[in-house]
Design a protein around this ligand. Structure first.
Ligand SMILES: *[C@@H]1O[C@H](CO)[C@@H](O)[C@H](O)[C@H]1NC(C)=O
Ligand SMILES: *[C@@H]1O[C@H](CO)[C@@H](O)[C@H](O)[C@H]1NC(C)=O
Ligand SMILES: *[C@@H]1O[C@H](CO)[C@@H](O)[C@H](O)[C@H]1NC(C)=O
Length: 363
């Protein structure tokens, strides 16, 4: 067929436009090109980094299903063009126009434009958006973030100095029922939400939390197996504030049967040392080196994650709680995966961690 005879048939064009629209309407984690991705993770670097990268405290490393290795983003975290902005914009853009068919919740123990610290609620930060087909869940470590939909995308200045982690996972609708069950132990401090009645049967706990009601007391802790839209397995650990212990040592390491290296906020006066008391040990990381060869000390990091010490175990967990004594009294959780790319990306960052004997000599 001569090239000249190829014409765009009107019906075909319409079909293309329609499928583009459908594609665009699919609620999903978005990458830095605005494309749908099964998951992404980003690591906002602290201001105090030694190395080549100019440090405003807004630069971040990014990876997703399509590009599963850390890359320095061409965007800054305060820009809507990045994956976090693109993903959140779906919430900001769609919920006004499609109020009755879309559910969302935004939670944080430190609420933007508010002095109240929701200490009775979980030490948890995140947001989710879904319709009856699918949606996403973002878990992050940034205080005072994100703004409510009325205010639009902004990144708080208070989130610049320290490192922060973010993970986004796309789930089919049925997984949100499972996630709703986690709320009984997780008890997030929701500050902006809409859970229309069509979701009542499947998301009863989120709906109650959204309405400001108390939930019946749930299990002390609950482990939930979730599948991403593309079939990747994630485990979600949720502990209530009645499970009074260090989630890393007392639960995650023993449950996953793996020694963990943990990175978390270590400014607290009640910082917990590396712990080798139980079958599986947990060691505090103290120095990070990025693939761009810049380094930073864990004291400059507000992120919360842990990885298996041994490469064969391959666990990565990203979540809400620090290794600090007072966090035993808080609810919160971690999402864990054995995805080899996520594991390698985080495991390779670790340059030094504190052994148990070092910890005791420091005491
Ligand atoms: C992001 O922060 C940088 C540095 O403070 C600033 O120059 C820039 O205008 C900000 N961009 C947006 C979109 O807020
Ligand atoms: C290690 O952690 C467990 C569980 O929290 C705790 O019972 C134990 O006392 C800790 N060991 C040390 C040496 O701190
Ligand atoms: C980082 O350092 C290693 C070892 O010195 C070197 O092989 C690698 O090329 C460096 N990477 C960058 C991005 O500079």
């Amino acid at each position: 067929m001569p090239v000249g005879s190829v014409r765009c048939h009107p019906a075909l064009l319409l079909l293309l436009l329609c499928s583009a629209r459908l594609w665009a309407a699919e609620i999903s984690c978005r990458n830095e090109e605005g494309e749908v991705v099964d998951w992404f993770s980003l690591y906002k670097l602290p201001k105090h980094v030694k190395g080549e990268i100019p440090m405003l405290g807004l630069e971040y490393m990014y990876m997703d299903t399509l590009a599963p290795q850390w890359q320095l983003s061409k965007y800054l975290i305060n820009m809507t063009q990045g994956a976090l902005g693109q993903t959140l914009m779906q919430l900001y853009d769609t919920y006004e126009s499609e109020k009755n068919s879309i559910a969302y919740a935004i939670y944080n123990d430190e609420v933007p434009k508010s002095d109240s610290n929701a200490w009775k609620r979980g030490h948890t930060k995140g947001f989710l958006l879904l319709d009856k087909s699918q949606g996403f869940w973002v878990i992050h470590s940034v205080p005072l973030f994100p703004p409510i939909p009325e205010d639009g995308y902004q990144y708080p200045a208070t989130g610049e100095t320290y490192g922060q982690t973010v993970i986004c996972i796309t789930f089919k609708y049925d997984q949100f029922t499972e996630l709703d069950q986690q709320m009984l132990s997780y008890n997030p401090g929701i500050y902006s939400c809409s859970i229309p009645d069509i979701f009542q049967a499947d998301l009863p706990n989120l709906q109650k939390l959204c309405a400001g009601s108390r939930l019946p007391s749930g299990p002390l802790r609950h482990l939930s197996k979730l599948q991403s839209a593309h079939g990747e397995t994630f485990l979600h650990f949720a502990k209530s504030h009645f499970f009074i212990d260090d989630i890393y040592v007392a639960w995650m390491a023993q449950e996953l049967k793996t020694d963990l290296l943990s990175e978390s906020w270590q400014h607290s006066g009640q910082k917990l040392p590396s712990n080798c008391s139980l079958d599986y040990h947990v060691y505090n990381i103290n120095l990070i080196q990025t693939p761009l060869n810049s380094t930073f000390y864990s004291i400059n990091d507000h992120s919360k994650w842990a990885v298996s010490r041994e490469y064969k175990d391959q666990w990565t967990c990203i979540g809400d709680l620090n290794r600090a004594a007072e966090q035993a009294w808080r609810s919160g959780g971690f999402i864990c995966t054995q995805n080899e790319h996520i594991y390698k990306a985080f495991r390779h960052l670790i340059t030094h961690y504190e052994s148990c004997s070092e910890a005791s000599t420091l005491l």
